[in-house]
Design a protein around this ligand. Sequence first.
Ligand SMILES: [Zn+2]
Length: 558
Amino acid sequence: MTDPTDPAIRPASAVPAGRPTPADLLIRAAAVHTLVPGEPPRRAVAVTGGRITALAAAPDGLDALIGPGTEVVDAPGSTVLPAFDDTHTHLVLAGHSVHGVPVHRARDLAGFLGLIRERAARTPAGEWIRTTVNWQEILLAEQRMPTTGELDTATAEHPVLVRRGAYNMVLNSAALRLAGITDATEAPPGGVIERDEHGRLTGRLIDRAVELVERVLPRPTLTERIEGLRAASADFAATGIGTVRDCLVPAEDLDVLDAARAEGALAVRVRALVSGFAARTPAQVDALLDRMDDWRAAGRDDDRLRLWGVKFGIDGGFEAGAVEEPYQGQPCYQGRLLWEPDELLAAVERVVGRGRRVGVHAWGDRGLRVLLDVFEQVAERHPGLPPGTLVVEHGGLARPEQRARAIALGIPVTVQHPLLHDGALTQQRAWGEERTAALFPLREWLDEGALITGGSDFPVGPYGAMLSVWGMTTRGTTAGVVGPEHAIGRSEAVALHTVNAARLTGESAVRGGLRPGAFADLTVWPVDPLDPSACPVDALRELRPTRTVVDGLTVHRA
Ligand SMILES: [Zn+2]
């Protein structure tokens, strides 16, 4: 598909005539892949004032732009690419947990509990101890979460919150007490308080039951929040990511992101989807939209931090995604729909009626079918919606008829191989091998003409520019290779994180390709990731950039 917003391709080799403005940054490399259609690789790129100003075919072709203040990067063996987008991730969540107990490094429960014990030893009694959230119990030797009893052996002096992703928690006894959760507590609608066969608490809380804990957690200070975002966004940049589309920003956290931007703490650009998960009624949706309007009216939307739209979710994930056929070994369970279709239709209509975009999580084939029913009605009742107003997040189990419907509606889909990478074993248990292997049919999406974009869904999947490229080209997961027929090529995978990502956010004129006038968001790699002879496929997995530049500023240097 061609993009009407793309500017005409301009000749990109000449230094501007007259006395040129000296460059802030000039990079000479083995190859500069501009990703601008039809353009051959270049050898030099110049940056001034946060913009790409010139490209040249010869390494010394831009030397006339060198002035006293120019930083010259001579990297004759390196390759330059645009910085990557992670088009579905959770930076705000990453900022909360970046300083948590690093249980994602544990290989078994003994190691897991040891890390908590270690943190407890240097934490004042009574203070909350919280874990990182980017881990999977199935990857531990015991393939399960710790229990309340086990957590109590790590510390009885501190409330302990073990969290995996956004919607799964296990608490120790002290934390259950503080949250007021007893054997008699009823789960809120849409939530699960797990109990054993004797009806006693296991300590595990799922989905909306996590809100029982969230309301009693001490609120981090603004400074702590900013420092969390600083560390987390730097970690993203260190893998080659220059822009994140954060798919779950609580409305009140827009101010936190704003403060982080003001402090220069955001290493990456942010495109924010404000969470609509708590907006169930039209009045609640309106209140959310009012808040977004106020934020934008205050002039706080800029190229670094931009409101993208509103996020909803139609179904659950690995263990609650809504599918047409029952779960494996659970003949009466087909996952959960989180909305009545009519209610979701009303909510989405309110959002698009106010000129905002909507991204809706859909994981199972039933979830996606019901979402497309909703989107078809929205499109019918609101003719002429700008392209990209309605977006499917994940669209995991996309059957041929659903792909055809999404493509006919012109609806982009954000895909996340890292989610499949870490979740494959969990998903196989719930759905069996065949349905797991059918997740993210990337080859089919592209061949059939869809606009799909790449992401991680961190903390459920690990983020990383080339880690994702490796995954999309190999279909490698923690359960081995799954669905290799759905794999795509390297340059296609890179495009999902660059050219396609910029189309999704409506920024093709300034992002996604390296052309004069575009934002100076680029990455420098020690080998050419697009060249299989220079970079074998398995080397992609660990490949890190030597430099990441965002807005003309070096935000990561190896
Ligand atoms: Zn997500």
